[in-house]
Ligand binder design. Sequence first.
Ligand SMILES: [Fe+2]
Length: 547
Amino acid sequence: MRVLGINALFHDPAAALVVDGETVAAAEEERFSRRKHGKRPVPFAAWELPELAARWCLEEAGLDVSDLDAVAYSYDPALARPADEMGLDDPWDHLRQTYAQRAPGFLASSLPGLDPASVRFVPHHVAHAASAGLASPHADAADVLVLDGRGESASHLAGRYEQGNLEVFRTQELPHSLGLLYETVTEHLGFLRSSDEYKVMALASYGRPRFLDELRRAVYTTGDGGFHTDPIDWQSLVKQRRGDEEWTADHADLASSVQARLEEVLLELTGWLRERTGGTALTLAGGVALNCVANTRLFESSGYADVWVQPAAGDAGTALGGALHVARAEGDITTGMGGADLGRGWTDDEIEAWLTTARVAFERPADVAEAVAECLAANGVVAWFQGRSEYGPRALGHRSLLAHPGHQRNLERLNDVKGREQFRPVAPMVLEHRAREIFSHGPLPSPYMLFVHQVSDQWRDRIPAVVHVDGTARVQTVSVEDEPLVARMLSAFERRTGLPVVVNTSLNTAGRPMVDDPRDALECFGSAPVDLLAIGPFVVRRFGAGR
Ligand SMILES: [Fe+2]
């Protein structure tokens, strides 16, 4: 079976291709269109499709649209109800439903040759669930928990995969939604709703949960696997922050309170699920699963031996989940994703041609890993462009900005390159076999940066740039087998500095999607204070820097 997965309706449009049960390609539209998140998640934009990502997926596999056996669309309009009946204040939601119903026709017109009858509507949370259960290494036996803002008429799914088949135990109907709760407080704190939720998580570390009692009264589990989120008068707790205002201790306390309550509720929901199944592996998806602080709390306290999170846990991941679900339903044996590097890649010759066309001076060092380590050890900032781009919001050593972790000022330096708020941390990548002596209180290995870890006392002063205010770090572990080039770069850096850790943040500048193709890489290098661009086996140096 050749199944194209499409996520289009709400957030982060994306496409994925599953051929005979294997994930061949997956990418978000924003990487092609260069528009952050692909589009705004408003009803008026719900018709827009990830056309560029879908075309590329087919091209990558050498397929024509007419070769497809099925197209999975990660939303089923037949399950939706009018917004006011669901208690949502969303007067234009009916537009979404109309666009979803018409999606087969829209798909056929944007991908000529596509048979509208081949389009299958996959319930939104089933697509999320498949992106966790079926894409994980645990498809034969995994509990699954999905939590997001909303799907058709629910915001949650709790179930279990056995031999690749999903049994759903419980869903939570709208308007109750932990994702919408978090989005609402994101907006109240002056950040961009449906986009900046991770800033609230970072801000929470600066506060105390002094509104926890109020939150507990409004947000609570119902004892049957579901939960309630009653409306909260945020203004009565903390005055709304305008986007251009400085944040205060009050704002941090509110963020801390919501974060703490979210973690408590998640533990109760997973407790209910584990009691029912006796499962040992928990898989997670939905936007809430991008909350790496909560994920670590689940890893430490939920009783599951393993917690696996889909790296594209937001709606982008439903393109892959939808495709995997349809492939399974049609009898294919699906395999888990081997890594998040499912996007575009270029051969050395192709990269050389880009550099030649751009007329930049470049070199081909004997080993690009050594050249990069040399520059980093001299406290240079490196743009690192290697292999296929990542699916999901994290840079995992394919489209990364790298720096020396031993200099506190590098946090500020990188946040300046990226135009980010200074309260936000940057993350470490570390050689997998060295991780345990430096990081604890989270799962190791941790290849997808979806958990936070505690930095041991002996190491805090050695890698200050990656230690958040609460003593944690969002670690990516790098194994020699899975990521030989990145591992070699880390080893080369360790030989020079004694540190098996490098600062890793996504390769992009303010407000832009992550770099995807060589032109993006050159534009980013040209406009940001980066000392070295390592692209494939080549390096481009900023004049007079990095030597
Ligand atoms: Fe979702």
